[in-house]
Design a protein around this ligand. Structure first.
Ligand SMILES: CC(C)(COP(=O)(O)OP(=O)(O)OC[C@H]1O[C@@H](n2cnc3c(N)ncnc32)[C@H](O)[C@@H]1OP(=O)(O)O)[C@@H](O)C(=O)NCCC(=O)NCCS
Length: 436
């Protein structure tokens, strides 16, 4: 953090002493006002529910400029990473700060490959779930359960443990997601085959069976790999902040990542792509394209609580750059599969066009986000809707770990402990039951 020459001064209208607050500059993006001594010096807290104006940490991993619609991983624009790198190169970049050269990549891929299998006992753990359990419920359990299986890497203060836990989590997530899927459809698990790429391996574990091997299709593997790259990190979003907060207590990395999986599940976050597809299915059932006008009217009605899922973002007040890339992939995949006339896709395109021109959305800077298209792509690939968020979790795991490890290595790191503005009853006496 670079101190700024400028200082902020906080003044109170009741004549209490004013306070100078230091300001720090990042490389790019807004400066921050350091309020760490505020309580000690003034006896007051700041109030910022939803973290609208609060930087919870310093980070050098991912940068978003929401007004410009820019997303950088370690300084590299997402548009360049999506076309020049694969997911494991992106993982290496997020974890280590630089892109790998050829030998570093080979070494990293080799290490990930060595950890793709999960302890055989995991199968029996999985068997305890109902077959119709939501995959995110299953995944939250499986990832948390990893801490029971991999005791040797649970000391978050040990850099070697953190490194091995990172590789294990990245390597095993595809295996676990595919196992959760196979369990839900009653098919045998398919073991990883490490001669395949990370993403082709995942797709084989998803779609192969012991009686019919899966031949990875290049276009579909590239599309899935792009989904992984675009979801790999997104700075201090709800699930990442959850991972940091959970990890700040010193808990083990598997437990912290399980907390991230749980948070991601919500429809305002990673559950949005599932919610978006369900929304499209509902409109389709109501009558499809002809009913868009009626649906949009409901969305704009403040009393309806209906939202256009896949639109809007807390940070992007411009086109989400990931959405542009996903839109491109969407057209490529549907073209390759001959699904350009798929009614759901046509409906999505019509909805997108109307929303982009509608004054309500324009005035509020509501653009399609990545989830609007990623659901359509995944559905076309054959991923069941209920598994969408689990795939997001698979991809985001590397971001969570990179952020968690960054936090633990930060000399300024402390257990996270927000404060509150208390509005409940002040101290009062308990009356005996007979007098209440
Ligand atoms: C992502 C999201 C939670 C961001 O919320 P936020 O930053 O708190 O934004 P706000 O809720 O303050 O929205 C600002 C305004 O736009 C409206 N708005 C935001 N997203 C909307 C949507 N998807 N459909 C309709 N209206 C929306 C809000 O009602 C609000 O209107 P108002 O100013 O008249 O009250 C929100 O846009 C949303 O729920 N989107 C749909 C879910 C989704 O796609 N999530 C994935 C995110 S990657």
């Amino acid at each position: 953090m670079t101190p700024s020459d400028v200082k902020a001064t906080l003044q109170f209208s009741d004549g209490s002493p004013s306070m100078d607050l230091p300001i720090y500059k990042g490389t790019v993006g807004p400066d921050v006002i350091d309020i760490r001594k505020l309580y000690a010096q003034t006896g007051k807290f700041t109030y910022d529910p939803g973290f609208l104006s609060t930087a919870s940490c310093q980070s050098s991993i991912t940068y978003i400029d929401g007004d410009k619609g820019e997303l950088l991983y370690r300084g590299y624009p997402i548009e360049q990473l999506a076309v020049n790198c694969d997911f494991l190169e992106t993982c290496y970049l997020l974890l280590n700060g630089e892109l790998p050269n050829a030998s570093e990549k080979a070494e990293f891929v080799g290490r990930v490959n060595k950890h793709t299998m999960v302890n055989e006992q995991m199968q029996f753990f999985l068997r305890g779930f109902r077959r119709d359990a939501h995959p995110m419920a299953v995944l939250t359990g499986l990832v948390g359960g990893m801490s029971a299986f991999y005791h040797d890497t649970t000391d978050i203060t040990n850099p070697q443990h953190r490194e091995i836990a990172a590789i294990r989590l990245i390597a095993k997530m595809p295996t676990l997601v595919a196992m959760a899927y196979k369990y839900s459809v009653g098919q045998p698990y398919i073991y990883p085959k490490n001669e395949l790429s990370y993403t082709a391996n995942f797709m084989r574990m998803m779609f192969g069976t012991p009686c019919e091997d899966y031949q990875p299709d290049d276009v579909l593997v590239r599309a899935m790999d792009r989904i992984f790259i675009l979801h790999a990190d997104h700075e201090q979003n709800a699930s990442t902040s959850t991972v940091r907060l959970c990890g700040s207590s010193g808990t083990n990395p598997y437990a912290a990542i399980a907390a991230g999986v749980a948070c991601l599940w919500g429809p305002a976050h990673g559950g949005a792509n599932e919610a978006c597809l369900n929304m499209l299915a509902d409109i389709q059932q109501m009558g499809g394209v002809a009913k868009i006008g009626e649906f949009i009217t409901k969305v704009k009605d403040k009393n309806s609580s209906v939202k256009l899922m896949g639109f809007g973002h807390r940070v992007y007040k411009n086109y989400d750059p990931r959405a542009k890339l996903m839109r491109e992939t969407c057209h490529e995949v549907l073209g390759a599969l001959g699904l350009e006339n798929d009614p759901m896709f046509k409906l999505a395109m019509a909805l997108e066009k109307i929303a982009l021109e509608d004054e309500y959305f324009v005035a509020r800077k509501l653009y399609p986000n990545v989830d609007f298209y990623s659901g359509i792509v995944q559905r076309a690939i054959g991923i069941p809707v209920s598994l969408f968020t689990a795939i997001f979790a698979l991809a985001r795991t590397v971001g969570w770990i990179a952020q968690l490890n960054e936090m633990i290595s930060d000399p300024e790191y402390k257990i996270g402990r927000p404060r509150q503005l208390f509005t409940g009853a002040a101290s009062r006496d308990v009356k005996p039951l007979a007098e209440r």
